[in-house]
Design a protein around this ligand. Sequence first.
Ligand code: UDX
Length: 450
Amino acid sequence: MICVDKNAAKIAGLNQGILPIYEPDLDRLVEDTRKAGRLSFTCDLAMAVKDADIVFIAVGTPARAGHGDADLSFVYMAAKEIAPFLAEGAVVAVKSTVPVGTGDAVDKIIGSVRRRGSYSVASNPEFLREGAAISDFLKPDRVVIGVEDPHAQAVLMQLYRQPLAVYDIPVVITRRRTSELIKYAANAFLATKITFMNELADLCEQVGSDISDLALGIGLDRRIGSSFLNAGPGYGGSCFPKDTLALLRTAQDYGVALRVVEETVTANEARKRKMALKVLEAVGGDVDGLTIAVLGLTFKPDTDDMREAPSVPLIETLQRFGATVRAHDPVGMPNAAQMLEDVTLVDDPYECARGADAVVIVTEWECIRRLDLSRLKGVMQSPVLIDLRNAFAQDAAEAAGFRVTMIGKPARSHKDANFIAATEQGANAGISPVRLPEPGQQRGSGHGQR
Ligand code: UDX
């Protein structure tokens, strides 16, 4: 496997085992595979392409500023540049997340450069999540292959057959345009699932219901499924926000209304903005002059990615309301420093919270979930905890002396101590209570633009 990039510094780093992103265990895997001679990095496109049976295009497809549609210039440039060097019968597989019809355009671009010889263009979208990239890639729920000719299908199946057989992973073989749309549909569906739960969490807060139990109660219905039901501050990252917008743009171009997706996008943006109000409410209505500690900055745990992270609008709004913000993230602080102004970034979470009037949990890193709540409370000015990920058990946080605000949880007065005791007795009598997996343990919840 030969990987090509135009960025010489990135390639030089990779050849010394230095990765440009944080992804758990990826550095070890890259180093081992490189040392075994099965992986190399170069800026020499001709050398990498000329003997390849399959050329994957995996460049970024960022949202075009102010438009929402995907910027395909990197994909088209890659197609043009590889075209003269393609071997006879080579398959060009587009891994980047691209709108319907991009494969057709890539085919045309290559065809206009290569007037002789055969090649195929296929779609092979990637579904891995940041933070879980290795396991998601090696053991995906499915592999999707979009082809327009049997040769491309045979070549890609030859690549995937053996690894797919090991874990009995299904493969979906379809036409190129369907494969392209599958990726957007999957991301839009997941974004909608999260938004549905976020809105139900708001309702839970108003009517005295509990979003975690609700998620359990609906998630055990196999038609719904128990993953991706964690309410929070709104989804972020490099994919859901960008891909939902690009899907809407495609639908508009073809005169089709995707109203559910439209509402998902609008609701998620509004949700991220309104999280600051939760903090205001928790501190008594006004943050002017207060110090707020924010724990967790990246859009999700186990990544250093800050793209579309809910922490950014939250912090900016709190600052506009007059708060001084201190923040901590175990891995994301160098990237956060490029995006946030006037925020003191602190290496140690307890030091971050020292003297604060409230602490806000925005990303549920495992090391944050394991914080000693009594110690945390001990260093603060006021014991106010706003947990936007339900990362802590409410009982434990209250027992540590915090005034707690969570997502989608009833105010404490709704809880009846006798009822809790009775249900616990029920559990002891042999009724096994079921719990949904914690956010960090879920499958189905991968860096770079996809
Ligand atoms: C997503 C898709 O899951 C993946 O298949 C695709 O290839 C790329 O986009 P990623 O963006 O890496 O992956 O992370 P994901 O785990 O899906 O989380 C996205 C956002 O949703 C995060 O902000 C996360 O905190 C949020 N989320 C996820 C929730 O708020 N609740 C959930 O239950 C799950």
